[in-house]
Design a protein around this ligand. Structure first.
Ligand code: ADP
Ligand code: MG
Length: 337
């Protein structure tokens, strides 16, 4: 698919800078980048060698001088220099005119500080942006889902990403309450790694753990399935394959899932009463990759007695939301900073 001349020149783009995945929507087009938020860099010089899929391919194959990092792994921008390099690497991957001075709309977690906001803006400007607008991720998600956020009704959005879970009540163009907890998909993966160590003396990698989670992970009893898992036996030191069941993995994920459920119930308690009744009617919307964990919606339904729905494309809602904002910047000015 070719890109139109004007967008090639303007290069206006919307960015979902996620802890696990970065997505870029190009104005007038669609999502053109959807890659892991990963950087490979020279550990001696700090020079960035690759970002996204290219960096992921280097995982495990690297020699001493190359390190592969996820700069946003801990949710906030702990490693800013690398985050900036990654953002610029992704922007470069979008094929726009080299002389373009694009507008950018960037989705950021609600919990980030003013200093961090400034830092995101500055680095986008250094990547040639003419104008940079930031938008809170839950608001972007709500717009991406197609909720009418300019109506005086409350919506609760729960966005479960890799490093964080963002819980926000949104009404009248703004965030009424929000909470960002540092629990998400990564912690589920880590819990699975630990479970295999403890229960099976088996060492598995994080990517294997993530596969297990996506394949047979669950938050409530679902149809029982099994999966063969390869790892290295910690006692004999040799490779071994074992069969695990979905109920074992559910057990491994229990603490993390409980913590997410608890954060949701606590946020509900903090919601102003006049909005609580709206949420009672309209329920909770789950988004972010973690929303795909099987049975999580049912688990939240059981715990809260509220309607719970999973967004149609949970991995894409923030990117589509920021894209929609980019296409109608004047309409959404009040939600931008
Ligand atoms: P972020 O916005 O922080 O970049 P994403 O919304 O892209 O995060 O979600 C990434 C997380 O979603 C990862 O932890 C990934 O393992 C998890 N995920 C993706 N698909 C599934 C699935 N089918 N089941 C459970 N978790 C999933
Ligand atoms: Mg996200």
């Amino acid at each position: 698919m070719g890109i139109s001349f004007w967008n090639y020149i303007s290069g206006d783009m919307a960015i979902d800078l996620g802890t696990a995945n970065t997505l870029i929507y190009l104005k007038g087009q669609d999502i053109v980048i959807d890659e892991p938020s990963i950087v490979a860099r020279n550990s001696r010089t700090g020079q960035i060698i690759a970002v996204g899929n290219d960096a992921k391919e280097m995982l495990g194959k690297t020699h001493q001088d190359i390190e592969v990092i996820r700069p946003l792994k801990d949710g906030v921008i702990a490693n800013f220099e690398v985050t900036e390099g990654m953002l610029q690497g992704f922007i470069k991957k979008v094929k726009i005119s080299r002389i373009a001075r694009p507008r950018m709309v960037i989705g950021v977690p609600t919990g980030i500080t003013e200093v961090e906001k400034r830092a995101v803006k500055d680095s986008a400007e250094r990547a040639n942006a003419r104008e940079v607008f930031l938008i809170g991720e839950p608001v972007a998600a709500a717009i991406g889902i197609g909720l009418e956020i300019d109506k005086p009704v409350g919506n609760m959005i729960v966005d479960i990403g890799g490093g964080t879970t963002e819980i926000a009540v949104i009404a009248l163009d703004g965030i009424v309450t929000h909470e960002s907890v540092r629990i998400g998909g990564d912690e589920m993966d880590e819990a699975i790694v630990q479970y295999f160590k403890r229960e099976h003396n088996l060492l598995i990698g994080e990517r294997t753990a993530e596969n297990i989670k996506c394949e047979i992970g669950s938050a409530t009893a679902v149809e029982e399935v099994t999966m063969a898992v390869k790892g290295r036996n910690l006692i004999a030191g040799i490779p071994k394959t074992i069969e695990v069941t979905s109920s074992e993995i559910r057990e491994a994920l229990r603490d993390t899932v409980d913590a997410i459920v608890q954060s949701v119930t606590e946020s509900l308690e903090k919601t102003p009463p006049e909005l609580s009744s709206d949420i009672l009617d309209r329920g909770i919307i789950l988004t972010g990759g973690g929303a795909l964990l099987k049975g999580l919606d049912q688990r939240l339904r059981d715990e809260t007695q509220l309607p719970v729905n999973v967004a149609e494309n949970p991995l894409l809602t923030v990117a589509y939301g920021t894209g929609k904002v980019l296409e109608n910047i004047d309409k959404y000015m009040s939600v931008l900073t």
